[in-house]
Design a protein around this ligand. Structure first.
Ligand SMILES: Cc1cc2nc3c(=O)[nH]c(=O)nc-3n(C[C@H](O)[C@H](O)[C@H](O)COP(=O)(O)OP(=O)(O)OC[C@H]3O[C@@H](n4cnc5c(N)ncnc54)[C@H](O)[C@@H]3O)c2cc1C
Length: 594
């Protein structure tokens, strides 16, 4: 019979219900050793077979069941981590470590204080890329040895850009290996909630929305303070509808069309009912990569792009978390490593006013790709432009998507007053919140907003959304002037009725706030997106400091600069990573064929 490895097991152990000897060990290896030795988990006691820990994870599942089975057994557990929003099928070893204390991966972003058996605290420090490429005997040995694998293209990063590149390159006939340094697929992409911007799509047409390439270009340039590279914006906008079609052709649902900050019309595409876009897109791309048998290697950090004497890419040096240094022979590389929002040292060096800020990003968003690409000769651009997202929940550290405001929520301060056009660009909304008492504000909405966006159910399930049938009581429980809050909402509802926001000229007023219960989420700005990065051309080729293309090197997604200028519009990143990811994959495949 399978024994689900549940949170209640921890309680059982603590209560002494299960065999006592395991209490002495402080990790899972000790626990399993008492049950029969290393072969409980390993095929070879000396080392794991691969960095995905394929064999080891099969052993976990053979005893405890797969993720779905474990989740099924936890229906009564409040906020079960096994019921998380993470796409792919996260391996057991993503959280449950054998020879060190386990850590709940979700705790790397949130603060739900799960009580995990053999659990430790999340405090990961990885060596810098520079430290890993400094001369050391293991690295030298690996570089002198034969490559451990040979392929046409190595894609670094399994976020939306990397997976799009991998699928597109495969479909153009190339052999691909994807490297991912985290134990999970999806990077920041899996967290994207609000949607994907695209103009002139079939979905817009079906809803009677009038848009144009010129309008999306104008919005994007204005949002980016007109320093975006116009050639890259032309690609972003011009291919946006085709990227929506490409994703839906692979099985995605992008039928809901809403609006995010800085857009003149509704052009933000997401799954029907308003579910989070990122986890869905990653799942679709990951499934497609698996259907194509693309080799995806987790816990596998790319540390160096290896070039031959003529300066042409000849492979990638990898540092596997379990198998150490080795190199893969390849003729082209796509750098799709995402941004560096989670690396506050790097962030604050470039923008000192963001020192100590929390971040909305996943833990792998440290900026490795910038170092890897720079060491291979890539030029950088616009690194100093770093965006704060206005609405990270103070409780639980959950980023509340802009779509909540887009669908009608307002922002108030502790005096119960609005202070900004809620759907202005992120830089302006963040600055306005930081001017309020306590540098926080409250998102206020009602049941009609709740029911317009499925994503809100996730926030409620996570316990970060206080609610009350009385607006006044809700406000007072949160330290907001309740009487003033009632007046503010009544005034806002008048603006909705008249179609004109006389206070802050908010351009969209989708619904009155007067149905069912009311909700409040205390929010504060957090580092969210890094606009700058590797310099690319409109073919996703990487440019060197001399402005020339580095042969065989492509980059796409948040690791690149120029697309978003000084400030990215909500919804434009998913569009960026899919379009430039596809382009990088297709052009890398074309390159290796030549
Ligand atoms: C909470 C949140 C919500 C968001 N919501 C939206 C939204 O609604 N709409 C929108 O347009 N944008 C949104 N964004 C922004 C958008 O999600 C990201 O900009 C985009 O997904 C980045 O995609 P990417 O593929 O470039 O990078 P990522 O998805 O971050 O993937 C990069 C991957 O590379 C891996 N990696 C890094 N270094 C190495 C290395 N050395 N070796 C191997 N692997 C490496 C990382 O671990 C990561 O998995 C959101 C971002 C966040 C954080």
């Amino acid at each position: 019979m399978k024994t689900p490895f549940t949170l209640s097991l921890a309680a059982g152990l603590v209560a002494g219900v299960l065999a006592a000897p395991t209490l002495a060990a402080d990790n899972l290896a000790g626990f399993h050793n008492d049950m029969g030795g290393c072969q409980n988990c390993h095929s070879d006691a000396n080392h794991p077979t691969d960095d995905n820990l394929t064999f080891e994870n099969e052993q976990c599942q053979s005893c405890h069941g797969d993720l779905a089975e474990v989740a099924e057994s936890e229906q009564n557990v409040e906020h079960s981590p096994h019921l998380s929003h993470l796409p792919g099928e996260p391996a057991c070893t993503s959280c449950h470590s054998g020879h060190e204390k386990s850590v709940v991966y979700c705790d790397s972003c949130h603060s739900f204080e799960y009580d995990m058996p053999f659990g430790g605290k999340w405090e990961r420090q990885e060596p810098s890329i520079d430290a890993l490429v400094k001369a050391n005997s293991d690295r030298e040995k690996a570089l002198k040895a034969a490559p451990r694998a040979t392929t046409d293209i190595v894609v670094i990063g399994s976020g939306g850009a990397g997976l799009s590149a991998a699928v597109a390159a495969h479909d153009k006939g190339a052999k691909v290996i994807v490297l991912e340094k985290e134990p999970l697929v999806g990077g920041n992409t899996k967290l994207a909630a609000g949607g994907m911007n695209a103009a002139m799509t079939q979905q817009q047409k079906a809803k009677g929305i009038e848009d144009s390439l010129a309008l999306m270009t104008e919005d994007t340039m204005k949002g980016g303070r007109n320093i975006n590279d116009p050639a890259l914006v032309e690609v972003l906008v011009g291919h946006s509808a085709a990227s929506v079609d490409w994703l839906t052709g692979l099985g995605a649902d992008l039928n809901d069309v809403g609006r995010m900050g800085g857009a003149s019309v509704n052009r933000t595409h997401r799954p029907t009912g308003g579910a989070g876009v990122g986890a869905h897109v990653v799942q679709v791309l990951y499934d497609n990569a698996n259907q194509r048998d693309i080799d995806i290697r987790f816990n596998s950090r790319a540390v160096e792009i290896i070039k031959d004497e003529a300066g042409q890419v000849k492979g990638v040096l990898v540092n596997g978390a379990h198998t150490g240094y080795y190199w893969i022979k390849a003729e082209a590389v796509v750098v799709a490593t995402g941004g560096f929002g989670r690396n506050n040292d790097r962030v604050s060096e470039l923008d000192p006013k963001l020192k100590g800020f929390a971040a909305t990003n996943h833990p792998g968003a440290t900026g490795d790709g910038l170092d890897v690409a720079k060491n291979a000769g890539a030029a950088m651009q616009d690194l100093e432009y770093i965006q704060a997202h206005p609405t990270l929940s103070v409780a639980g550290g959950v980023m509340v998507t802009e779509a909540v405001r887009g669908n009608g929520a307002i922002l108030v301060n502790r005096d119960g007053k609005r202070f900004v056009n809620e759907i202005t660009t992120r830089d302006k909304a963040s600055a306005a919140i930081l001017e309020q008492e306590g540098k926080t504000a409250f998102l206020i909405f009602d049941d009609s907003v709740r029911h317009s966006l499925k994503k809100i159910e996730r926030y409620i399930e996570l316990g970060v959304v206080p609610t009350n049938a009385s607006l006044k009581a809700l406000g007072e429980a949160q330290g907001i002037d309740g009487a003033e809050l009632e007046k503010t909402v009544a005034r806002y509802n008048e603006f909705v009725a008249s179609g004109q926001d006389a206070d802050f000229a908010r351009p969209n007023l989708p619904r009155s706030l007067n149905q069912g219960s009311f909700y409040a989420i205390e929010v504060t700005p957090a580092v969210h997106h890094t606009m700058g990065g590797v310099k690319i051309d409109n073919q996703s080729e990487v440019l060197g400091d001399d402005g020339k293309v580095i042969k065989g090197m492509f980059a796409a997604g948040e690791v690149s600069g120029g697309v978003h200028g000084a400030n990215r519009l909500g919804g434009n990143a998913i569009s960026d990573i899919v379009t430039f990811g596809r382009l990088a994959g297709e052009n890398a495949a074309k390159f290796v064929k030549q």
